[in-house]
Design a protein around this ligand. Structure first.
Ligand code: AMP
Ligand code: MG
Length: 388
């Protein structure tokens, strides 16, 4: 099935829907376009990527332009075969092979010394380069057919939530690129784990589904776990001064984190108070009269144990009494019985769904900093303004 559109910029974007047993002929035109320097968005097991031929400087430059990505943010080179690694990287340490043997293809990115064949623009001038072998049949076939290494940052406009479904890409990039390959929802829904192997003590630079604990357990290799930024979030109600914090993965709505608390009733109470304070701040910031009825839309992304105990009618009535606002809620929950993998998988999609509903405020519950919870909290903190 193919859909076409013409945009203001007059780039025709073709959306190509692919079943799990898709015919290779469906992606051949996109692979040829990639090879010749055009951009193609495609699914990976982490998020959708905006692909370009890594050896073609003009194509890579276009990736930065289309995304509005700062030039000092280096890209990851995606490969389909191990033998191509030596074209991209030099002096590859044994530890890289040991990790790749177990975790490739998969959601693991390694930082290695860069080969001169890789244009400077790819690595933002660094002497190192990031590489990954994605584990998604469309991604692998596309890279293989194009016959070149592919840079592929997330296929969203810079700053927006990463795309985990083809319609997310379409929202951000329709009319700007010739092809979007639709391979359904991404298996993980969150970007890869990045490990820096160019330093004496390998360290996780960006947390993902593969943790230092997983690596130690399956290979015996010790990697320093991701060190959460201490400066991230203020533990109060004051939104950050503009520019003080680098915002990322951000929906249009203000995002607030609902802190952990073993006392569910107290946590729900914090939630109610947090929404009330948000409204009060809005009223005073805009000099609104309290008796002038207004509406506000709130998206909630909560662990099931919380959403089960939540009485939205009580919340609505209580908030109406205290603020005169009519609050529209959209509640989405996730199961965290076995850790935060479901929360991590759905987070970006929920951000985009709440944006579609024109939410003013999004509140997400915090998860424990272990397993997928480390990555979930990392993305959530980058998107959020403050915690309650
Ligand atoms: P993405 O935006 O998902 O494509 O991820 C790219 C990220 O990989 C960058 O934002 C960097 O954090 C990281 N990265 C890529 N290349 C390097 C490198 N040579 N050294 C350190 N980090 C890198
Ligand atoms: Mg990104």
């Amino acid at each position: 099935m193919k859909k076409q559109l013409m945009s203001k910029q007059m780039t025709k974007t073709e959306l190509i829907k692919l079943d799990p047993d898709f015919d290779l002929s469906l992606i051949k035109p996109a692979a040829a376009a990639l090879r010749s320097g055009e951009l193609v968005a495609f699914p990976t097991e982490t998020v959708y990527g905006l692909g370009a031929n890594a050896f073609c400087e003009t194509a890579v430059k276009r990736v930065f332009e289309v995304k509005g990505r700062p030039q000092d943010n280096p890209l990851i080179v995606h490969l389909s075969k191990f033998e191509h690694l030596s074209e991209i990287s030099i002096n590859i340490p044994q530890i890289a092979y040991d990790l790749l043997e177990v975790f490739a293809p998969g959601p693991l990115t390694l930082i290695l010394p860069k080969s001169d064949l890789v244009p400077e623009i790819v690595s933002a001038g660094l002497s190192t380069v990031a590489i990954r072998f994605p584990d998604n049949s469309v991604a692998r076939a596309l890279i293989e057919l194009s016959g070149v290494p592919i840079v592929a940052p997330s296929a969203n406009l810079s700053g927006r939530p990463s795309p985990t479904q083809a319609w997310h890409v379409y929202q951000d990039l329709a009319g700007k690129i010739p092809y979007i390959l639709d391979g359904g929802t991404c298996a993980y829904g969150l970007e890869s784990t990045i490990i820096d192997l160019s330093v004496a003590d390998p360290v996780i630079l960006r947390p993902g589904f593969i943790t230092a604990y997983d690596i130690k357990k399956s290979t015996g290799i010790k990697i320093t776990e991701f060190q959460a930024e201490q400066s991230g979030i203020e533990p109060d109600f004051q939104p950050k001064a503009p520019g003080q914090k680098y915002r990322h993965y951000s929906p249009r709505a203000t995002v607030i984190i609902l802190r952990e608390n073993p006392d569910l009733a107290a946590r729900l109470n914090n939630l109610l108070n947090g929404i009330e304070k948000f409204i009060q701040n809005k009223i005073s910031a805009n000099n609104l009269k309290k008796d002038n009825p207004q509406e506000i839309s709130v998206g909630l992304f909560l662990a099931e144990e919380l959403s089960k105990g939540l009485d939205l009618d009580y919340f609505k009535n209580s908030l109406h009494r205290s603020t005169c606002y009519n609050v529209r809620f959209k509640l989405e929950s996730y199961n965290n019985q076995r850790g935060a993998a479901d929360a991590a998988h759905d987070l970006f999609n929920r951000f985009r769904e709440f944006d579609q509903l024109q939410a003013d405020l999004i509140i997400c519950s915090a998860e424990q900093m272990s397993g997928a919870g480390i990555a979930y909290m990392n993305r959530l903190k980058k998107a959020a303004s403050y915690e309650i």
